[in-house]
Design a protein around this ligand. Structure first.
Ligand code: IVH
Length: 729
């Protein structure tokens, strides 16, 4: 939810002439504007109460922002409407009845919001100019992500947590000391560290929030206990902190990051970024995403960066907060009645929206996995229309606590597939019929009874892999993909058309398709009955792509767990399909990048008749089943056969893949982990734990020069160049 912008900073609350819901205040506002203002005030006040007091809003943050912006626009035009009780003049609601009110030692301010890069630039320029009037030198900007949670005020006296409060209206908050004590990342006692004594008194401001991972777990547990799930992580954080029973708060797994400081006695500090270092030294949690930059352009870079990467943050973010880093400059700039003049929040377009869950359908994937997905009343999020959301399996539907017919909160983060966060359970009483989702017992495409793949497996599969039309369609589409045969002409529609016309009944006959067969498929036929351009491309693609290298053919077989990496490893090691088929589990799993699970999947795959027929029929059609060996003169001498080598850290003249390839080319095995059997560990810059393990196990360690010795002169020379059990080179 957006905090109020101070639309009239210099004359905050003096206009008490009339209530906002009275029309034509002082005769200045026209009736329509005053009426709309009153309507908006009521809507905003209700939304705020639901957000702050009940922790269960019924409108999204984006919808709130729109209402609030409209209110501010009306007030800008009709200043007489800016009365003391206008929502634009209030930071948040006064505390509710559940908790004891407490006064903050220093006022808790909110943040002014901007919604466009232009407005952010203008703010940076304005603020720089204001600073230039009293101070020389460049301004340092502290950029932070805006954490979507709720603010808390923590009071430490002589290093001991004395009490804690929510923000409330900025003056008076709610005493939530017992609950804050139940958050494990908030220390009860600050530790004197690095020569810094704990201060006599300090008021720390921070944000209490849910890690996305913990939020999903919480909703699952609530639903299992027949309790109401939360619509999103922010509501869950507020609902979990504002609990009567601190034991409940403790069970919820809340997190906190510090983002400010109020009253302080007994220590001095010059910059907010230095203050964070100090807080961290005292044992308080600080976000790792805070960065100091030196120019407005760099601030805009941070804004763009988080705009693109917000889906990768461990918690929800709704903006970028920009602060003047220098604390003396902050003090000189001061604040308005509501917000500091030294900080601003750039708000990203909302990633969340509410809509109605119209139904839950199931889809059948390439490997037969049956997955439910949500069918939604289309809604626009960050410029794109969302009408479907992923729901991984029946358990996942349960865990999210949604019923068909519910109003639900949808989140779309970047390119990630949209997901349902939770239901707006408070809207359930409006007479809409709701029903629980039931997983079908039979395949929606071929009617075969569905089964769990293995005991205890949550995934349900259609066992009719050979002829379930959905699985065939998905496999054909996959084998035509960029990572397999790369057949442009075989898109989703073409695959569907070939199957529906019964020209294909599986992938085996793909490379035998000829013009005559394509002409029987309307999709590949022109109106005059001739072969379409797509049909010609298809024939040409099929003729050309059958000579793709072996690894691509292996990928195209849709063997479980065998993706491009394993397929490349198999092809490089065995060089022919016959060799792979004949190999034992032991031989297969000995290949680096293969392992036991993949090895077994390969063996299982070849036990099935119709699978072997695919290979047979493709081979007869001229599909590559063997990679040609390089001519003897081009072959690298097999000087390292029988050696197992681990490469860790970064080398200057080889990428990791090149280093591995150089080893494989010479017959060595490039392993992923160090054991007693490792012959050499090549250690580059910034190595990880593998280098430590190599030392612990006294394995010979080579630096980059030593690695070259190994490649050029063999193992014996390399042993002379290696260090054993000593610090990495
Ligand atoms: S600074 C006087 N920094 O956003 C400065 N606030 O919309 C006040 N918030 O009330 C806050 N992340 O609850 C600050 N990195 C951050 C923040 C942050 C989230 C919250 C905070 C504040 C609200 C204003």
């Amino acid at each position: 939810m957006t905090e109020p912008r101070d639309s009239s900073p210099e004359k905050p609350a003096e206009n008490t002439a009339g209530r906002t819901n009275e029309p034509a205040v002082n005769g200045i506002a026209d009736d329509a504007a005053a009426a709309r203002h009153a309507e908006l005030s009521a809507l905003i006040t209700e939304a705020r109460d639901r957000y702050y007091q009940l922790d269960s809003p019924t409108i999204s943050d984006g919808e709130f922002d729109i209402l609030f912006s409209e209110l501010l626009a009306i007030e800008a035009q009709y200043p007489a409407l800016v009365t003391a009780d206008s929502p634009s003049q209030i930071v948040g609601p006064a505390p509710g009845a559940t908790f004891t009110p407490v006064e903050h030692p220093e006022r808790m301010l909110s943040l002014d919001d901007v919604f466009s890069p232009e407005d952010l630039s203008a703010w940076l320029q304005r603020t720089s100019a204001a600073i230039a009037a009293f101070s020389e030198g460049p301004v340092e900007w502290l950029t932070e992500v805006k954490i979507d949670g709720l603010a808390v005020d923590l009071i430490y006296k002589n290093g001991v947590l004395a009490w804690a409060a929510t923000r409330g209206d900025g003056h008076i908050g709610e005493d939530v000391t017992a609950n804050v004590r139940a958050i494990s990342s908030i220390p009860q006692r600050l530790r004197a560290d690095g020569g810094h004594d704990v201060p006599e008194f300090v008021e720390i401001r921070g944000e209490v929030f849910f890690l996305l991972e913990s939020f999903a777990g919480l909703n699952g547990r609530l639903v299992a206990a027949d309790e109401k799930p939360f619509a999103n992580p922010r509501n869950a954080a507020a609902g979990s902190l504002r609990q009567k029973d601190p034991a409940v708060t403790a069970s919820r797994g809340l997190s906190m990051f510090c983002h400010g400081i109020g009253r302080r006695v007994g220590f001095d500090i010059d910059r907010q970024s230095h203050m964070y270092e100090r807080l961290q030294a005292w044992g308080l949690p600080v976000s790792s995403h805070n960065v100091v930059v030196h120019t407005a352009d760099e601030v805009l870079d941070r804004m763009r960066f988080w705009g693109e990467h917000r889906g990768e943050v461990e918690h929800e973010i709704d903006g970028l907060v920009v602060k003047v880093d220098n604390l003396a400059t902050q003090a000189r700039l001061g604040h308005t009645s509501r917000v500091p003049r030294w900080a601003v929040a750039y708000k990203y377009p909302p990633q969340e929206a509410t809509t109605v869950l119209l139904g839950i359908e199931v889809g059948v994937g390439r490997t037969g996995r049956v997955t439910p997905y949500a069918v939604l009343e289309p809604v626009t999020i960050a410029g794109s229309t969302v009408a479907r959301a992923t729901l991984h399996n029946a358990e996942d539907v349960k865990r999210r606590g949604v019923l068909i017919g519910d109003t639900v909160v949808i989140r779309k983060a970047g390119d990630v597939i949209p997901e349902i966060l939770g239901p707006v359970a408070d809207l359930r009483e409006d007479g809409r019929t709701l029903r629980e989702f039931e997983m079908p017992t039979h395949c929606p495409e071929c009617g075969t009874e569905l089964a769990h793949a293995k005991d205890g497996d949550v995934d349900i599969r259609c066992p009719n892999a050979k002829s379930c039309p959905a699985q065939l369609r998905e496999r054909l589409f996959y084998l035509a993909g960029r990572g397999a045969f790369d057949i442009d002409a075989l898109g989703y529609e073409a695959a569907t058309a070939l199957l529906e016309a019964h020209v294909l009944d599986g992938e085996a006959g793909l490379f035998d398709l000829g013009e005559e067969q394509l002409l029987t498929v309307p999709f590949f036929r022109n109106k005059d009955g001739s072969l379409s351009a797509g049909g010609h491309t298809m024939l040409q693609n099929l003729a050309e792509k059958r000579t793709q290298p072996l690894w691509r053919v292996i990928v195209a077989l849709s063997i479980r767990h065998v993706g491009p990496t394993a397929a490349r490893a198999l092809a490089a090691h065995f060089r022919s399909m016959d060799e792979i088929r004949a190999a034992s589990v032991e031989r297969l799993s000995a290949v680096d990048g293969v392992g036991a699970i993949i090895a077994e999947a390969i063996i299982d795959w070849f036990t099935i008749d119709w699978h072997r027929e695919i290979v047979q029929q493709w081979a007869e059609a001229g599909v590559t089943m063997e990679d040609e060996l390089p001519a003897a003169s081009e072959q690298t001498p097999q000087t390292l056969v029988g050696l197992t080598v681990v490469v860790t850290g970064s080398l200057e003249t080889f990428t990791r893949d090149e280093a591995k390839a150089a080893l494989l080319d010479r017959g060595a095995k490039a392993a992923g982990s160090v054991s007693k059997k490792t012959d050499f560990v090549v250690v580059g810059a910034d190595p990880g734990s593998k280098a430590d393990k190599a030392r612990a196990l006294s394995r010979p360690i080579l630096d980059e020069a030593g690695f070259r010795v190994l490649l050029n002169d063999g193992a014996e020379a390399a042993r002379a160049a290696a260090t054993i059990g000593e610090a990495a080179p």
